[in-house]
Structures are given as structure tokens and as C-alpha cells.
Design a binder for this molecule. Sequence first.
Ligand SMILES: Nc1ncnc2c1ncn2[C@@H]1O[C@H](COP(=O)(O)OP(=O)(O)O)[C@@H](O)[C@H]1O
Ligand SMILES: [Mg+2]
Length: 373
Amino acid sequence: MKLNNTFPDQVVSDKKVLKSLNEPDKESKLVVLQSVGYPFLCNLVENPKIEIFDKELFELYAKEQWEGCTAKEGSFLFDQKLLPDYAFKIIKAHPDNSQITTNTSIILMEVKESREIKKIESNVRMNDVIGQERAKTKCKVIMKYLQDPDLFREWAPRNVLFYGAPGTGKTMLAKSLSNELKVPLFLVKATSLIGEHVGDGSRQIHDLFEAATACAPSVIFIDEIDAVGLDRKYQSLRGDVSEVVNALLTELDGIETNKGVVTIGATNNPYLLDFAIRSRFEEEIEFVLPNEKERLEILEFYIKSMPLQVKVDARKLSKCTKGMSGRDLKDKILKVALHKAISEDKDILEWEHVKYALKQYKQKKNEPKEMFA
Ligand SMILES: Nc1ncnc2c1ncn2[C@@H]1O[C@H](COP(=O)(O)OP(=O)(O)O)[C@@H](O)[C@H]1O
Ligand SMILES: [Mg+2]
């Protein structure tokens, strides 16, 4: 007998069901979605994982048992042979609602860890983010809203765009926001939303907003959001970039009816951002490079946690690091200097080590830049 059941749209993807079984406590709020899951999985002690070594053979095997079945996006095909009732979800059918024949190409998509929707936890505090006062002020409003969504009604903050030079604290601030409030932060890189298969991206976006809504109050942070807009040139090659843009627009608009979910987008290049998406952000907040006083604060803050004794005039260092971001100061100067001192078996980090790091940094800067770096 051939089975080809259609489940309602809100059925969660197999990935999510498997994940929630793996980590019941971590994702408990999402377990709600399991009620429409797969009954045949309930009795299994371990989640079955199939690995296909021969894709052509799998295709033959698939055709043989599913020939004549209807391929409808979102529906499921059940294995009748090796793993009775093992379900395969149809992510994409072209054309939709068509019949599988011996000529149909059947491809099995690999589930990639990196593209799972992640809920992240961090211990960064908002006060650790130095400078960026405007962004912090907005974050305080967002915090008030998430603590009491009913207070704001139609005046709620919803979509905010952080933009500005890389390494200035955009991701750091979003992490601190979720940490201060102990609300979940759903962090995704927009580049990961462009799927390998048409349909992946929009499904990911839908899953992301669904997960965040289920966990509300919560924050969605879409890093490098320009990737979606940037990749428009890519559209002639692939159909799903515009699909990602549209899915994102749908969700950003739809979130208005949801309570307690704030979306923060971040980009180094706001002017490259898809116009329609950019218009959905109620406020654009620029992250600027730190001034001398802020650089000093950043340096002093990170010097405190260094594993060596530091005998460096931070004030002098702050004066000769103009144009550097917080990340540059930490990773390109302090870390390089520290590693230099450690490599020399020194117990004290001194100016000569910092000088070495500054020189390295300067050399890097003078190298010809790659066109799209
Ligand atoms: N304003 C800042 N205050 C303190 N540390 C900073 C600041 N900006 C950047 N950093 C340091 O640089 C790292 C990278 O910053 P990040 O938030 O990822 O930058 P962005 O997202 O703007 O590219 C941070 O984790 C932090 O260690
Ligand atoms: Mg970042």
C-alpha cells in the first residue's frame, strides 16, 4: 500500500521534532509543536538518522516505492521498505502537486547543523558595551516593552536596524539585551537563509519567526541582513533570493499582530539593503567607531581580564589607535600583543608587545584590499 498523507501547514518540520526530542529541556516551549508530530517516533528510544551513501541508489529506491504518488510541497512520503513509516517531507515539488514517475529526479536534502535555528545564551552585560549610547537607549525601551508588552499596544518597538562599521558592538549589544532580560535571542545570519534548495530560505524564516513567537517575549537578531539584499544579483541564477526577501517581508509585517517579539537587523552596509526590507525598520541606529575616550575605556575594560600583568600606558595606546573598532582593539592589538608576550615567555605585557601589534595592524591595512572585502 502506498501512503501519501498531507498534514496541515503548521506541522513542524521533522528537524524540529527531532531536535526537541534531543533537547527536551532546552527547547521546551517548542515542544508544543510536537503535538502534531509523528506518532511513530514516540516509541523510539533514539532518533533514527539515515545516512545515504549512494545517492543514485537512493533515487532508484525512492522511485520504486513512490512511483505514482503525488508530490505536494509540505506533505510527507513514508518509507515502506527498509524503515517502515520513516517519513520524508517534500520540501519542494516542481511543479507542485505532480506525480512521481520513473523520470522524476529525487534528491535527499542533507540537514545541516549550521542552518538550524539557534537560541543563544550569553553573559554579556549592556554596560560592557562601551559608547553607542543611542543604541543602548533604544535597547532600554525594547527592554521595557518586553517586560510589559501590554503597556505599549500599537506603540511597541518592533523592527530596529543596527548599522555601521564592523566590530563596533552590534552583535554584542543584541546579545546583552537578551541576557539582561533573560529572554531568548534567536540569532541568524542572513547568509544562512539563502538555502541550498529553493524553498529552504523561506521555510527557515517562517520557522524562525514561529519559534520566536512561541518563546515570546523574545528577540530575533538577523545579522548581516544586507546579504539578502546584496544577493539580488544572484537572482538570475537562483529563484529563492527574492523568495527570501518576500518571506522576510511577510514575517516582518505579520509580527505586528504578535506580542513581545522584537526584530533587530544588523548590517555594515545599509545602502546595500533591499529597499523594501529597509523600509520596514522603524528606526535605524548607527554604530560609530569609538572616539579616544571610548577607546581608552574599551582598552581598560579588556586589559582587566588579560592573563598577564599589563604595564602599558592605555592612554597613550588610545591616542594611537584612531579609526579602530572595539573588535580591532581587542583582537588585533591586545590579543596580538598578549600572544607576542606569551611567545617570549614574558610575565609582563609591555609597550614593545603593543608596538609589535600596532605594526602588524598597520602592515595589514596597507596591503591592497580585495575588491569586495
Ligand atoms: N562598543 C564596544 N564595547 C566593548 N567591546 C566591543 C565594542 N565593540 C566591539 N567590541 C568587541 O568586539 C567584539 C566584536 O563586536 P561585534 O558586536 O561582533 O561587532 P559587530 O556586530 O558590530 O560587527 C565584541 O565581542 C567585543 O569584544
Ligand atoms: Mg556582528
